[in-house]
Design a protein around this ligand. Structure first.
Ligand code: CDP
Length: 220
């Protein structure tokens, strides 16, 4: 069977990474979390303790060596040889990532790396611009979304399970702000690609979404 390229885009907390991982497992494909790449560059910037400038973050993005190691139930992320799986999920990184990922040079470096990693197909990528920019000719394109309230609720449960003290209202505000920044930026804004399947998962559980996507893959 042909090795497909599957693009799953959508806003924060829509469940992309959970769904993309399960789809990749079901098909025995590689899973590529492109958000983790932007997060890793953001972490590198925060660790540098330097003042933000497009030139600085571009340079960091070009230098960053980002790799993934798949383990059952866990996608480990490495930055310049060090594991950053947890560190890239911190609230500090989450607050800065939209600013870093809006920089042209950062996007160019990441898109180049993503195209290289996905060039042979048999891959599920999740992000904001996969179906619009990175792989506009992807075999299956999904735009996965849900209401802000539902996404904040999911993120709240996820962080609570990790023992992080957060308020759901604050998460809803963060999510709404990140949606706005990601959708209104000049380069590669978050939007539904022309021929993407639009899935609102507010009322759908995980297995239903996975089943829906696998059916679309079969048809492709
Ligand atoms: O998991 P969550 O929805 O919180 O976000 P993520 O997928 O880890 O992505 C974090 C941030 O990286 C997003 O808010 C975007 O600003 C940026 N991003 C992007 O610009 N392009 C991508 N392909 C993926 C992420």
């Amino acid at each position: 069977m042909k090795k497909l390229t599957i693009a799953i885009d959508g806003p924060a907390g829509a469940g992309k990474s959970t769904i993309a991982k399960k789809v990749a497992e079901a098909l025995n494909y590689v899973y590529l979390d492109t958000g983790a790449m932007y997060r890793a560059v953001t972490l590198m910037f925060l660790q540098s303790k330097k003042t933000f400038s497009p030139e600085l973050v571009t340079k960091l993005a070009e230098e960053a060596k980002i790799s993934f190691q798949r383990e059952p139930g866990l996608n480990r992320v490495f930055l310049n040889g060090e594991e950053v799986t947890e560190a890239i999920r911190s609230l500090d990184v989450t607050h800065e990532v939209s600013a870093v990922s809006a920089v042209k040079g950062v996007r160019e470096a990441m898109v180049k790396a993503q195209r290289e990693l996905g060039k042979d197909g048999g891959v599920v990528l999740d992000g904001r611009d996969i179906g619009t920019v990175v792989f506009p000719l992807a075999d299956v394109k999904i735009f996965l979304t849900a209401s802000v309230e539902e996404r904040a609720r999911r993120r709240f449960l996820e962080l609570k399970a990790k023992g992080m003290a957060v308020r759901q209202e604050d998460l809803a505000k963060d999510i709404a702000l990140r949606d706005k920044l990601d959708s209104e930026r000049e380069i590669a804004p978050l939007k539904c690609a022309e021929n993407a399947h639009y899935l609102d998962s507010s009322q759908m559980d995980i297995p239903t979404v996975v089943k829906t996507i696998l059916k679309l893959c079969k048809e492709a």
